[in-house]
Design a protein around this ligand. Structure first.
Ligand SMILES: [Zn+2]
Length: 342
């Protein structure tokens, strides 16, 4: 039995038809975890859908109303990039409920997974990039409302920048702490060490302090979204970056963030799309490198006693089995790092 819970429902399936987003991945991950004896049936918890009240902690009433009544404009439907349906709305409400439950379980057990979620491109007033509802933000706001946490940190390792996350939590940044992005490369001295180590690496770290929610995003610079609203720390990675450089930047961003900020909860957005065979990504991580990435996040959180909730976000490998492997490995990584010390 795992020392933590996995939140999952067959109804996580997104009814979007033939699409680059492999909507069946959630069930495949669930089935693989069981088939390989990584998890047992009793490791899984079934979520309830979020309530409209929960969704409204993040999203604008006008937008929620449009989703509920099926009255998105053609432009809004286009931006979403997945076909609207009442069933799709239900699947997103359930994913948000799953992230709420994962956050609660993480606070109880030290770590928990939503075998879904991570819809980091959703904004308060619109959805885009396959993301209708920002489940992670909803979970953070719900935990804050319930007085279970005061602060949170998002660590977004999807290949695409967490634009929705950055926009949602931008308002919580304290104006006095904002740094001009031009000087942000001085944020962390080892950013210089790193550039000395690999001078050809044109990656860039930029950042500003946060209020109650600190947002970190590591992403490919030359990729969607074109407009990247500032996170607390953005690491703009060059095309084709490989395992070791990626891990150095991640280590750098985590230590910088955790020097500035003490979160009560860490929300890890474990996108599978930095993988070198991803159809929508241009980085070159290996499956092993992605597992090391997961372990790094878990080790850092465990060393500082910060509860971690995991969500899955994107993954568009040419072979969907690779995406499933990468996501299952995240559970394995947590199992290794969080195993009770005997
Ligand atoms: Zn992505």
């Amino acid at each position: 039995m795992l020392p933590f819970k996995l939140i999952y429902s067959d109804a996580y399936y997104l009814p979007i038809g033939e699409h680059v987003f492999p909507a069946e991945k959630y069930k495949r991950i669930h089935d693989r975890l069981l088939a390989r004896n990584i998890a047992e049936p009793k490791d899984f918890l079934t979520p309830e859908p979020a309530t409209d009240q929960d969704i409204l902690l993040v999203h604008k009433p006008e937008y929620v109303n449009k989703l509920r009544t099926g009255t998105l404009s053609p432009r809004e439907q286009m931006e979403l990039e997945i076909p609207y349906s009442k069933e799709l709305v239900d699947a997103f409400w359930l994913a948000a409920g799953g992230s709420i439950l994962a956050a609660r379980q993480a606070l109880a057990d030290g770590v928990a997974f939503n075998i879904g979620g991570g819809f980091h491109h959703a904004f308060p007033d619109h959805g885009e990039g396959f993301c209708m509802i920002h489940d992670v933000a909803v979970a953070i706001r719900r935990m804050q409302r319930d007085d279970k946490i005061r602060t949170a940190m998002t660590v977004d390792c999807d290949v695409h920048q967490g634009n929705g996350t950055a926009a949602i939590f931008a308002g919580t940044r304290t104006a006095s702490a904002l740094l001009p992005s031009a000087s942000a490369s001085t944020l962390h001295p080892s950013a210089h060490d790193l550039s000395k180590r690999s001078p050809a690496l044109p990656g860039k770290i930029r950042g500003a302090h946060a209020g109650e929610v600190f947002t970190i995003s590591l992403h490919q610079h030359n990729n969607y979204p074109l407009w990247k609203p500032p996170s607390s720390i953005d690491v703009d990675l060059p095309d084709g970056i490989e395992d070791d450089d990626y891990l150095a930047w991640l280590d750098n961003a985590l230590s910088s963030g955790l020097r500035q900020f003490e979160p009560d909860l860490l929300c890890y957005v474990a996108g599978a799309d930095p993988y070198r065979e991803d159809q929508l990504g241009g980085l070159a991580l290996t499956i092993d490198g992605l597992k090391r990435r997961d372990e790094l996040v878990f080790r850092v959180a465990r060393a500082k006693n910060i509860p971690v909730m995991v969500t899955y976000a994107g993954g568009y490998a040419q072979n969907v089995e690779d995406t499933v492997t990468i996501h299952c490995n995240t559970v394995l990584g947590a199992k290794e790092v969080f195993a009770p010390k005997s």
